[in-house]
Design a protein around this ligand. Structure first.
Ligand code: HAS
Ligand code: HEM
Ligand code: CU
Length: 555
């Protein structure tokens, strides 16, 4: 049976190169995560507390931006190529965006890590949210800009493939995976505009000394204009796998293709006009605008709730095909020994919990309780740190054989790895949520709370700290096993096992989807309109209050 690498050897190389960069970032980021977890719980201190922010910045950038997005560009390249069943228009363009993204990543990482060496006059301890008044070395922002331009070029590459395909198939429905890629990229183009303006017009000139001051609230608002949609940019690759691969792994088919299209369209429309829900406590933005952001956020729950319904229904259908019965006992009929299935299903399960903590964040009044506490890292280690990261690792076990022509080195190690991740995250995230409710702040190396003490064990902050440290250790071990398994697969020189990489038609196929769903220009237009409505007045009032260039020097 011919597989992806036989049909598209050039594209398979790009996908693997993107995964390789993603996995290097995952390894370094996870090491820093472990150091942080042990440091701030006072279990083991191998760094000086002043270096905490350097590591925290590197952890956030390498995991949340580099690992996730490099995996995304690899996965999307695979999805576009296989679902249109044609090569990319010009592989040199493909390597060009890969090269630009990689160079940008290296520059930004060097600028951050240089902060550990006082003799080098360069640092970027600005955290992965990098808004003013924290100021980084220009190389950091320039690296970020290159990285983002690289993703724009990648999107252009996939849209060009679409154009080529459309020319030959004027009347066909856009294949589902390609539809998911194209809608995600529309969202990305709309939302990266905010961060591009912030970096190019304010942060780069400011860090170069061309302008003296900036308006911090303006750069914050432009950041969060991008900072919320970016979480769906991380999530959409996971959704692509949950919709198109997970049902097949479960032994069945996707429940509904049209419903999947509706979900992705809703993300195009609603992902961006909600960013202000990260700024509920920012002075200088009127309550009314915050209320609008909250309302939009609550509407934005809909596509994820639809996903929970569709994906679970598809998985259940698969289980019944395998002989599963009963209200819940069908769960036992699922292929739990398959690391790709088990990892994605556990990731989905944890996303249900992470989604609920997101709903709590989104309520303006409850947000005041949890904002800037460890509750928030608890929330996002379940969402980006598990729903996304674990799905990507699990997906790798299914994708690698198609990309290399070789079986995964060890499926038992794979299974152990995904289970370890889930257990580690149950400990770490749950404890972080609880710590947040006690008021323990995020982003600090020195929370002054009690250490672990057997006398006051259960329910104490000391106990919570132990759970964070223990969970962090399991997570780190899980990453080590994952990287070992992938590296061993790559290093192995067997050529074997034809793989079954087909994806069956959904139960309710694309032919039933209303044509308007494929009208990408229409959805782009409405998305832009909603953004204009949600952001014009807040931005105008921010500029009106403190001026375009504000009065803040860098810190
Ligand atoms: Fe969030 C803060 C609200 C989703 C990431 N979020 C963050 C930050 C990050 C982040 C990184 O409103 C911190 C930023 C910083 O550093 O300051 N978030 C939400 C809401 C959602 C949400 C309403 N977040 C995400 C996702 C993320 C992510 C997704 C990354 C990928 N978040 C907030 C708010 C804040 C925030 C406030 C600011 C907090 C503050 O004060 O700073 C929603 O999109 C969630 C919807 C999800 C659901 C769950 C559906 C369940 C599904 C499971 C299906 C099951 C399967 C299993 C597949 C409703 C789909 C099948 C298997 C079987 C065996 C059956
Ligand atoms: C922050 C640990 C994996 C994304 C943190 C913090 C800890 C931690 C303890 C909180 C630091 C603080 O607020 O003081 C770990 C461990 C991991 C891991 C032990 C596994 C080995 C991940 C993954 C992602 C991720 C896979 C995303 C894909 C983040 C982000 C922050 C963070 C975005 C916030 C950085 C900031 O506040 O600027 N991590 N993490 N982490 N982590 Fe992780
Ligand atoms: Cu958000």
């Amino acid at each position: 049976m011919a597989t992806f690498v036989d049909n598209y050897p050039d594209e398979a190389k790009v996908v693997q190169a993107s995964f390789a960069v993603a996995f290097v970032a995952l390894g370094i980021g996870a090491l820093f995560g472990l150091i942080q977890a042990l440091h701030r719980t006072n279990v083991l201190r191998v760094i000086d507390s002043v270096d905490y922010y350097t590591l925290l910045t590197a952890h956030g950038v390498l995991l949340a931006l580099v690992f996730t997005i490099f995996f995304l560009v690899g996965l999307f390249t695979w999805a576009v190529t296989r679902s249109f069943d044609r090569p990319l228009p010009d592989i040199r363009l493909t390597w060009a965006w890969f090269g630009l993204m990689t160079t940008g990543t290296v520059l930004a990482t060097v600028a951050i890590v240089a902060g550990l060496f006082p003799e080098i006059p360069m640092s970027a301890d600005v955290l992965y949210t990098f808004y003013a008044p924290l100021q980084a070395h220009p190389i950091f922002y320039i690296g970020l800009a290159m990285f983002i331009i690289g993703t724009w070029m990648a999107g252009a590459d996939w849209f060009l493939t679409y154009r080529g395909w459309r020319g030959e198939n004027p009347d066909s429905r856009i294949p589902l995976q390609a539809f998911m890629v194209l809608t995600t990229m529309i969202m990305w183009y709309v939302s990266t505009l905010g961060v591009a303006v912030s970096v190019v017009f304010f942060l780069i000139p400011w860090s170069l000394g061309l302008i003296e001051t900036v308006n911090p609230l303006l750069t914050r608002t432009l950041f969060w204009y991008f900072g919320h949609p970016v979480v769906y940019f991380w999530l959409m690759p996971a959704y692509l796998l949950w919709y198109t691969v997970l049902p097949k792994l479960s032994g069945g088919r996707l429940f509904s293709d049209p419903l999947a299209r509706v979900v992705f369209v809703l993300f195009v429309l609603l992902s961006t006009p909600v960013g202000i829900h990260h700024q509920y406590v920012d002075p200088g933005i009127a309550e009314g605008f915050k209320f609008i952001a909250m309302t939009n956020t609550m509407f934005l729950l809909l596509p994820s709730l639809l996903t929970a319904f569709t994906v679970v229904a598809s998985v259940e259908h698969g289980a019944r095909q395998r002989g599963g019965e009963g209200y819940l006992s069908w769960l036992g009929a699922l292929p739990w020994r398959d690391p790709a299935f088990a990892g994605m299903a556990l990731a989905g399960l944890m996303f249900a919990a992470g989604g609920f903590s997101g709903m709590i964040n989104a309520g303006m009044n409850i947000n005041y309780l949890v904002h800037n506490t460890l509750w928030v890292p608890g929330h996002f280690h379940m969402t980006v740190g598990t729903a996304v990261a674990l799905t990507m690792m699990a997906g790798t076990y299914w994708l690698l054989p198609q990309l290399t022509g070789k079986a995964v080195y060890s499926r038992p190690i794979g299974l152990l790895q995904v289970i370890l991740w889930f257990i580690g995250m149950v400990f770490m995230s749950n404890a972080m949520h609880r710590a947040g409710l006690f008021g323990v702040p995020r982003r600090t190396a020195e929370p002054q709370y009690q250490n672990f003490d057997f006398a006051a064990a259960v329910g104490s902050v000391g106990e919570i700290r132990m759970q964070i440290a223990f969970g962090g250790l399991l997570l780190f071990l899980s990453v080590v096993l994952f990287l070992f398994n992938v590296a061993a697969t790559w290093a192995d020189d067997r050529v074997d096992t034809p793989v079954d990489d087909t994806i069956p038609e959904p139960l309710s196929p694309s032919s039933g989807a209303p044509l308007v769903l494929d009208n990408l220009a229409l959805w782009t237009g409405i998305a832009v309109l909603l953004v204009v409505l949600a952001y014009t007045l807040p931005l105008a009032s921010i500029v009106n209050d403190a001026g375009l260039l504000g009065s803040s020097p860098g810190f």
